[in-house]
Design a protein around this ligand. Sequence first.
Ligand SMILES: NC(=O)c1ccc[n+]([C@@H]2O[C@H](COP(=O)([O-])OP(=O)(O)OC[C@H]3O[C@@H](n4cnc5c(N)ncnc54)[C@H](OP(=O)(O)O)[C@@H]3O)[C@@H](O)[C@H]2O)c1
Length: 189
Amino acid sequence: MSDVSTGNGKVVVNRAMSLDGFIAGPGHRMDWGGGRPLADFVAPEDFAEVAAATGAMLIGRRTWDVGSRMEAEDPGSVDYPFSGPFFLLTHRPPEPPGADVTVLSGDIGKAVATALDAAGGKNLEILGADVAAQCLWRGLVDEILVYVLPVLLGDGIPFSSPGLTRVDLEPISSARSGDATILRFRVRK
Ligand SMILES: NC(=O)c1ccc[n+]([C@@H]2O[C@H](COP(=O)([O-])OP(=O)(O)OC[C@H]3O[C@@H](n4cnc5c(N)ncnc54)[C@H](OP(=O)(O)O)[C@@H]3O)[C@@H](O)[C@H]2O)c1
């Protein structure tokens, strides 16, 4: 349980990752093979279960920009069965910010507390390598959920950002889900 949480929700870093540890390829491209979106690799019931447990998302600006670009290039490619509030961390608020989007800036602990409150007792998903690293570094993350995808990308954006030091984890579960393997870990504090 997070030390900033007010309900039962957990702070969860949620990632799709190649077997060789990249969360995106060169140029931030999330191409996991065959032009298939992440939702196509994971069993629909598992994807829906994770989304249903999520009450809010805290998203870094670069992730936001990559998602917007992917949606523009290939509509529907980043669709996720989630309809709760989004919190965008940026020093450059987009115009217009978009429906259900609150722009936050500054202290990561306050941003996580704000977004977790809005999750209404469900989980807060953290999206973005830099944002996740800030949260891990500050001890704000309860769990890490990784969709391991069947590809070796060879190059790209690694799971850990530069500067993130050692984090010890406790395994919760591992399960095959469609063409993905879902790994869950508790963060030792
Ligand atoms: N595979 C997956 O599941 C998955 C999931 C999410 C993302 N990704 C990938 O991860 C990459 C993006 O991650 P990233 O590490 O490059 O960037 P990121 O964490 O998405 O965003 C970092 C940016 O957010 C803003 N920011 C962060 N902390 C802030 C704070 N405390 N206050 C104000 N603004 C703050 C800053 O942008 P400004 O200063 O410019 O505003 C910063 O440069 C992309 O390649 C994306 O495809 C993969």
